[in-house]
Design a protein around this ligand. Structure first.
Ligand code: P6P
Length: 337
């Protein structure tokens, strides 16, 4: 088709643009592309096959009832990554510990991948968009040795790539390798992801905020003050903003990326450290946000500078348009509890 660039072609073009690229990251991204197509197909059928919908009868390390599609997505992404030679191990929301791949690849491959295979999966039964989030690092332990926890507990600023798949009204894959952000829309009639949003940039300002206001009572004072600021009348700064909360990070983030906005998941009573996980939700979305001109903070400092200590650790999360995140940080600083 005239002017259509598929994700596959884009990956090759990108590789040629970076002569030092050995093609391994390209192959890794194409493994994710394959898994995304397989998961997309099952999600689109979810309403039709009772064996897919509903809890799998197990709980994940978070103590959350695992939806069958969580397990399906986890297995498909893990298998796709293991099938290629570039990844020595993965970490996942659905795996208690990191998974070191066996054999020669487990020792000699260059990359580790951390992922939330299906974020927002409780939304599936009600047909609300869900997403896959992934984060890619070069291992820091020497090639030839088995992968170790240190390879997974790197600060977000070390990421070499990050992206998400949003299984929404259309399915999109959005990712960065540190040279800007590009969005691809899946064309099921051709079975390809086509470049639909080249060089995505997040507006510096926005008029929308995403937060679960049901937790208002237990928000930090700075968040309460910022919400009041968002709701005040001030035409010059387009306030009051609009509140829009889908309950699916990838969906709220994606809309804010296109239109401007801020997503917040602060500390709450039930989530004293915040709810979102640093390694496979906050870091990858932070990398994408920064590459698109936005920012990501824990309310006080840059998400990607946090040195992780645990695989499934949670952090408070403020991500989106840079001026909005700066406003929220100002209130958090001024009204420290
Ligand atoms: P709450 C989904 O479970 C998720 O991790 C994010 O995708 C979403 O933004 C958030 O949690 C919703 O959490 O507590 O508001 O239902």
């Amino acid at each position: 088709m005239a002017g259509m660039t598929t994700l596959g072609e884009f990956i090759v073009q990108q590789q040629h643009a970076f002569p030092h690229a050995t093609g391994e990251l390209s192959s890794l991204i194409s493994a994710i592309r394959l898994a995304a197509k397989i998961v997309n197909r099952e999600i689109n059928r979810a309403g039709l096959s009772p064996d897919i919908i509903g809890a799998a009868g197990q709980e994940n390390v978070q103590g959350e009832a695992q939806q069958k599609l969580d397990v399906f997505a986890n297995d498909k992404f893990k298998a796709a990554l293991e099938a290629r030679g570039e990844v020595c191990g993965i970490a996942s929301e659905e795996e208690d510990e990191y998974v070191a791949f066996s054999g020669e690849r487990g020792r000699n491959a260059k990359y580790v991948v951390l992922m939330d295979p299906l974020d927002g999966s409780s939304n599936i039964d009600v047909n609300v968009s869900v997403g896959t989030i992934f984060s890619i690092f070069r291992r820091i332990t020497p090639v030839g040795e088995p992968v170790s926890a240190a390879d997974f507990l790197q600060p977000g600023r070390n990421q070499v790539a990050a992206g998400y798949v949003i299984y929404g009204s259309s399915t999109m894959l959005v990712y960065t390798t540190g040279n800007g952000v590009n969005g691809f829309t899946y064309d099921p009639t051709l079975g390809v992801f086509a470049l639909s949003h080249p060089n995505l940039t997040m507006p510096k300002d926005g008029k929308m905020y995403s937060i679960n206001e049901g937790n208002y009572i237990k928000f930090p004072t700075g968040v309460k003050k910022y919400l009041k600021y968002c709701q005040e009348n001030d035409e010059a700064t387009s306030r009051p903003y609009t509140s829009r909360y889908i309950g699916s990070l990838v969906s709220d983030f994606h809309r804010n990326m296109l239109k401007g906005g801020i997503y917040m998941y602060p500390t709450t009573q039930s989530a004293p450290q915040g709810k979102l996980r640093l390694l496979y939700e906050c870091n990858p979305m932070a990398f994408i946000a920064e590459q698109a001109g936005g920012s990501a903070s824990d309310g006080y400092s840059r998400i990607m500078d946090i040195i992780p200590t645990e695989l499934h650790q949670r952090v408070p999360y403020f991500v989106g348009s840079s001026n909005m995140v700066a406003d929220a940080e100002r209130f958090m600083e001024e009204f420290k509890d």
